[in-house]
Design a protein around this ligand. Structure first.
Ligand code: AMP
Ligand code: ZN
Length: 139
């Protein structure tokens, strides 16, 4: 269940740390916010990342993300948008290895969470071949 060395497993033990909890999920303020209203939503049960989390539990987390993002819009009218994201794996900048979704309000395009898209080399053949493989597995 809980992972003794996991900071998020420790945080959810004390309801004072939380803004929301139900049977399977919890939410709390990010300690180092990128923008005002930066919130993390997690499953209470410890899973290292999105890929490790059972899909139905990941859906429950998403429902709470939706609920809290809507509440933030009502609470802070200056919010113009959100970046809602999860980092999966250290290569993707994950630092805490308990699945969490970031809700990061966006107020001004140039400030807060910024996406730096440097493109890898992907050929048209890459796209066509992968499309064929994935489609054959999914449909
Ligand atoms: P990630 O890179 O996606 O793993 O992000 C981890 C997030 O957890 C960062 O935004 C941190 O600021 C946040 N964080 C780390 N420790 C705590 C803590 N004790 N309480 C709240 N948020 C935390
Ligand atoms: Zn944990």
């Amino acid at each position: 269940m809980a992972n003794k060395s996991c900071i998020f497993c420790t945080i959810i033990k004390d309801p004072n740390n939380l803004i929301f909890e139900d049977v399977n999920t919890a939410a709390f303020m990010d300690i180092n916010p990128v923008a005002n209203g930066h919130i993390l939503v997690i499953p209470k049960k410890h899973f290292a990342n999105f890929i490790e989390t059972p899909p139905k539990l990941a859906c429950e987390v998403t429902m709470i993300v939706h609920k809290i993002a809507n509440l933030l819009i009502k609470t802070i009218p200056e919010i113009k948008g959100f970046n809602i994201l999860t980092n999966n794996g250290s290569e993707a900048f994950q630092e805490v290895f308990h699945y969490h979704v970031h809700i990061i309000p966006k107020y001004i395009r140039e400030k807060g969470f910024l996406i730096n898209r440097t493109k890898e080399n992907v050929t048209i053949d890459n796209i066509i071949n992968l499309k064929k493989i994935l489609k054959s597995q999914l449909m």
